[in-house]
Ligand binder design. Sequence first.
Ligand SMILES: C[S@@+](CC[C@H](N)C(=O)[O-])C[C@H]1O[C@@H](n2cnc3c(N)ncnc32)[C@H](O)[C@@H]1O
Length: 335
Amino acid sequence: MTDEWRGWQEAAETALYGDEGFYRRPEGPAGHFRTSVHASPLFAAAVARLLVATAAELGTTDVDLVDMGAGRGELVTGVLAALPAEGGAGLTVRAYAVELAARPEGLDPRVQWCAKPPRGVRGLLFANEWLDNVPLPVAETDPDGVDRYVEVRTSDGAERLGEPVGGADAAWLRDWWPSAGPGSRAEIGRPRDEVWADAVSTLSAGLAVAVDYTHVRAERPPYGTLTGFRAGREVRPVPDGSCDLTAHVALDACAAAAGPDTELRTQREALADLGISGERPPLALASTDPAAYVRALSTAGEAAELTARGGLGDFGWLTRRVRSPSGAHPSPSGG
Ligand SMILES: C[S@@+](CC[C@H](N)C(=O)[O-])C[C@H]1O[C@@H](n2cnc3c(N)ncnc32)[C@H](O)[C@@H]1O
């Protein structure tokens, strides 16, 4: 812990991913917050369905699955477990968990643990709540209307304004998050655009999906979204390694950076296409088969959480289809 002042990108990089960083801790992300993956196994089942659909589009039974920013490998493990029930019994799947933290003990031996996404894969690359943890510079407009980098003190999260924003960052702000006037803030999403485009480029064919908290150009929050999480609670963002540091993702900018064949939808819409909705089972089932009714009710409750307005259902699903050089596979059906 130091009294050093640094830009937010550099400070967050050390706080999250340095040797003593928040994401190196043994408890992993699930010790501090709940993602869709932790909320319900229905999420992994939906991703399994998407993998099956992607393999069908590619015309293969031999397919890659890349869980990008895998946490402790919960999603990839859940997908492998769900595949037989979701029409994937006949698939041969090479499964990769891409994660900066160490491989957890006892992980399914079929999962390859890597620090970088493997290149040239054919199949599905899925990044759930990865991009919001990619550190980025923060800007604030000063009283004269000049956008300046916000600097932060590691020890207590105090902030001050630094140099004017210039070069590619200034161009990004102009294109994607113009100032709302003195005192307004913006999170410069350029590093996220770049890592997303790079992740997409690792696919030789198939589908890349990024799922995250999002906002689009017409509705940027005037003071930004940078915040912290610790042990299930939202806390003041202090870059000392004691908490998660996260900011919503300008997925529209990421989409533009990664080329054509992209689609941006809500999680609610994407999961509905994959057969998940929060509808309650018919009441008649309660008298004909009470046990089935209780099971269906519990499933509906989990689906409702995944698709809720004002909650996980508002997350953005950015999909980018990568066609093999021949462009041979037919157009999508499952997402
Ligand atoms: C919010 S957690 C999400 C975990 C999991 N995907 C889920 O949905 O539960 C983000 C994860 O991304 C990992 N991460 C961030 N940047 C990464 C990178 N460049 N390469 C690999 N993993 C990264 C972090 O270590 C962290 O475990």
